[in-house]
Each structure stands twice: as structure tokens, then as C-alpha cells.
Ligand binder design. Sequence first.
Ligand code: FAD
Length: 328
Amino acid sequence: MSKDIYVFAEQRDGKLQKVGIELVGKARELADDLGEKVVVMLIGSDVKRNAEKLIKHGADKVIVVEDPMLKEYVTEPYTKAVTKIINENDPNIVLYGASAIGRDLAPRVASRVHTGLTADCTKLDIDEETKLLLMTRPAFGGNIMATIVCENFSPQMATVRPGVMKALPTDNSRTGEIEELKIEFVEADMNVKIRQVIMSDKKAVDITEAKILVSGGRGVGSPEKFEMLKNLAESLNGEISSSRVAVESGWVDHDRQVGQTGKTVRPDLYMACGISGAIQHVAGMEGSEFILAINKDENAPIFGVADLGIVGDINTILPKLTDEINRI
Ligand code: FAD
């Protein structure tokens, strides 16, 4: 019988990616509900050193597949490794991050093991009665949230948006099993050869990693005025982010959009400046530790999710706030 929850732990250059640790946290919660185990698939070259960390974050067991050929992510050898693990262990559920790698790998594996895949989930639960996984994701361009169940195929598979699930804190008392699985990779497995990796010149910013976000919406009014937000973010050692309106107006890059069709963030501090608090925006930031909203409309819905609200004009408040912070 299918059992246990398997998580694909994404790594780049041997460094674990946050999304994998978040998924281990969620898998732990689901596994405890089902009375099953959390097993992590750690695949790459020289990655075994990360296994203990995964156990301390909630895994019961880590299956390590190492090979020099797995140094960089290439679809075919990674698919071969994950498919073999699934075929040999018959898991109940398999989770991947909905990252560039997860979005490439998961459908390929789903096809190989003849099961379905629910992509880009923002919520996972167990149905009390059937014990099936309830996989919720935005559908029809984000206009509805659809809950999908995989009744007739196994394993139940989902990719999950980075930043949506909460990683468990490190628990140094946790122990688990580490299994090294040997798989032979041959030249024919390398359907793609990476000849050169060229890093983008642009300083890549991942707003999902930022501890402090100063976020602007239509109320900011212009790209020039976004400088106010940038100054404040700099003073706080944070990053700027935005609502969709600010992206569509060309004031900020798309990779800084927060919300249902943007990124899901959980910073320690989220400052919503001139953002009304539309449901599609709130979906991407409501998990933040502390939300500070500044809006000149006291009835703006953003105050409904804010821990602290300031009713006022950002043009007066933000420069003052930045000056005060710089004086400390
Ligand atoms: P508005 O709603 O226009 O709000 C501007 C706010 O600024 C107002 O509350 C106003 O009182 C305040 N304001 C104005 N001037 C000042 C000032 N000087 N000082 C202080 N406050 C001021 N939106 C997202 O953000 N992310 C998404 O991922 C996203 N996905 C979507 C997906 C779908 C399918 C759809 C239909 C919509 C989506 N939207 C998304 C759009 C969303 O519905 C809202 O239109 C958008 O979030 C509104 O952005 P805003 O708050 O910046 O602008």
C-alpha cells in the first residue's frame, strides 16, 4: 500500500533551497495527520552534507543520490533518480517546489510513473474522511481557487509555490535515517549538456528571501516616487516590492510583484504603502510576521490584515520615517 510523504529537496550549487525546507515542514504536518513518515529525496553532487539539516527541519529519512553528473540540474538524470525512488518505494504523496526546477521535473516524473500532478498549489490539507490530499491552487487566471483531489492514481503529486508553507524551526534533538542510493548514470542520460553558465548582470533579487519589504501600490503615483520607498528600504536593509498595479504601470520589475499572480512572501516586516489590500494582493503577503499599512483612506481593506495601520499620506510619512531611522 502506498505510504509516506516524499519531498524533493531542491539544491543549487550544493546549497539547499528554502522551498524544500518549507515543504518538509508542511509534509511533517500532513504526515503526522496520516500517521506516516516524511522522506526527503536529496539529489545532486556532493549534497549528502545537507541531509542532517533536513532531518532537523522535520524529515524522518533522507534518500541521497549523488553523482558528479548531477552537479547541475538536467531534466533526464534527475527524472531517472526520482522515478526510481518512487517506483521502489510507492509513496502516498510526492511534493516539489513550484520553482523553475520543480516545474520542469514534476510533470516529467508524473508522466513516467503514470499519475496526475496538481501544479502551483497554495494550500495542502488532508480530507478527514477519505484521507486524500486536498490540493488547492488558483485557476481560471486566478479568479477562483480550485481544490483538486487525485483519487485514482498514485502517488498524489503536487508542486507548491515557494514562500507559501512555513519551514519548521531547527530541532537539534531530531534524529533520522540517511540512505545512500546508488544509481548508474550514463552519457545517454544526459539529454542536455550544459556548456557554460552565464550569470545575469542584473543583481538578482528574490523578494521571497527578504526579511523586510517596503511595498508600494498605485498610491505611490510614479516611478520617481518609488525612490522614497527605495530610500526607506535601504535604511532598513530591506527590499522593495509592489502590487500588480505598480508592475503594470512599469514602475517596478515584474519579479517584485506580490500576490496571487506574483510571489508569496513572509518577511518579518511588510510595509504596504498606498496599497488598498485587494484579495489577490493579500493572498501573497498575509503570512508576513508583522504588517504595517500606510494609506490615506481609513476604510482601505489593507487595515483589516495589518498589525499596525497609519492613516495618512505616504508623501509626508515615508520621508519622515526614513529620516528618523537614519538618525538611530
Ligand atoms: P488600488 O487598489 O488602486 O489602491 C491604491 C491605494 O492607495 C488606495 O487604497 C488609496 O487610498 C491609496 N493611496 C492613494 N494615494 C495615497 C497616498 N498619497 N498615501 C497613502 N495612500 C494612498 N494584485 C496584486 O497586487 N498582486 C497580484 O498578484 C494580483 N493578481 C491578480 C489576479 C487576478 C486574476 C486579478 C483579477 C487581479 C489581480 N490583482 C493582483 C489586482 C488586484 O485585484 C488589485 O487591482 C491590485 O492589487 C490593486 O493594487 P493597489 O492596491 O496598488 O491599487
